[in-house]
Design a binder for this molecule. Structure first.
Ligand SMILES: Cc1ncc(COP(=O)(O)O)c(C=O)c1O
Length: 374
């Protein structure tokens, strides 16, 4: 995809804020617990490599990604030795690559191990595959579900020199909610599944950001830290953060066109918005093809410290806003982040459009260039 380098729409990522957030979280968790920075989906859209490097400088102990290619990208671009776990499914066909690259993988069945064995023939090294057993304690996504399955898995893997049983983990479905019932149930079940093993693997882990922030007392060896590292509340607005985090994303553009309307003049596709007499309308060079989603049309953009409502539907590459007065072309307009003391926080905006902050962040796509502050 061509990056819009000749357009004033830029996502600025504050790597200093990311490091600060890692340090805040380090102070809040049990000493000795490892922090794995979750940098999947290009570090939630912020840029996997710069974010991973910043997180490493802040002292994280490893990385989690969702797909094998994300792990390979880290390996190739400056993380040759670091712990990297692929939390989502991988293909047994890639077993040799996984082993040679010393990448840890989530495994949800004995069948995966058996199939992978056949493909290990192609290894360049004699390295084993580092396995983290996924358990499904209530998320309903991947993982073994019963004591019998977990014991059978251990029985199989303990006799296989080509695998290391490095970890066991689960993932919570409601850690960002007010009601702890499901969290407690999942934790108890996970403890039962870990407890049924003859030998506890070295890395037992279950915590995402929400568990880390609101249920830190759970005894495990590592946390998988995503959204909180980026400075955002995993619950959006449901729960208060126990300590401050620094948001790391600023999405700005510049006014590209300004005009004064007559009463009834229409704006954008469908001519759904009709201006009032004398309304100042500015055009911004960002649209839904950049990830500035159409359902954000009832939100505001900040110009000169003032909230300016979006007018009409959001077009593919541009959108229009109402200004309180005339502003020159080139005036800064802030879509996410701070402008003159006013803030657009993706977590808060998400609530209005029935999504989550994660989706707004990951949605800003590669056409928008990233700039990094350290
Ligand atoms: C298995 C797993 N662990 C950890 C995380 C990180 O979650 P968060 O960004 O809420 O910290 C994710 C993200 O979706 C995940 O899928």
């Amino acid at each position: 995809m061509a990056v819009g380098n000749h357009r004033p729409t830029i996502e600025t990522v504050d790597l200093g804020a990311i490091k600060w957030n890692v340090q805040q979280i380090r102070q809040a968790i049990t000493p000795g617990k490892k922090i794995f920075a979750v940098v999947k989906a290009d570090a939630y859209g912020l840029g996997a490599i710069p974010v991973a490097k910043a997180a490493k400088e802040a002292g994280v102990d490893g990385f989690c990604v969702a797909v094998l290619d994300e792990a390979l990208e880290l390996r190739e671009q400056g993380m040759p030795e670091e712990f990297i776990l692929v939390m989502g499914p991988t293909e047994p066909e890639d077993a040799a690559l996984i082993a040679d690259q010393s990448i840890s993988v989530a495994v949800s069945s004995i069948e995966w191990l058996k199939e992978a064995l056949a493909y290990l023939e192609g290894r360049k090294t004699k390295k084993p595959i580092r396995v983290h057993l996924a358990t499904d304690t209530g998320m309903g996504r991947i993982g073994l579900r019963t004591v019998e399955e977990v014991q059978a898995f251990e029985g199989y893997i303990e006799n296989q020199g080509d695998f290391i049983f490095e970890g066991i983990f689960t993932h919570f479905a409601t850690a960002d909610g007010e009601d702890p019932t499901q969290v407690d149930k999942q934790l108890a079940y996970f403890q039962e599944l870990v407890g049924c093993l003859k030998k506890r693997p070295p890395i037992v882990h279950l915590a995402n950001s929400a568990i880390t922030l609101w249920h830190e007392s759970f005894q495990t060896d590592a946390i998988r830290l995503g959204i909180a590292m980026y400075g955002y509340n995993p619950s959006d607005t449901v729960l208060d953060l126990p300590f401050a985090l620094k948001p790391s994303v600023q999405l700005d553009t510049k006014i590209s066109f300004v005009k004064q309307m007559h009463e009834g003049d229409t704006i954008a596709y469908g001519a759904r918005y009709r201006a009032y007499e004398g309304e100042w309308i500015a055009t911004l060079p960002i649209g839904y093809a950049d990830g500035w989603r159409r359902d954000l049309r009832h939100q505001t953009v900040i110009v000169d410290g003032q909230r300016c409502p979006i007018r009409g539907v959001i077009c593919m590459d541009q959108c229009m806003i109402s200004l309180p007065k005339e502003y020159p072309i080139g005036t800064k307009a802030t879509l996410l982040g701070k402008n003159g003391g006013i803030v657009n926080n993706p977590s808060e905006m998400a609530v209005e459009i029935d999504t989550i902050g994660y989706e707004i962040l990951t949605g800003i796509n590669q056409r928008v260039p990233r700039k990094y502050l350290s």
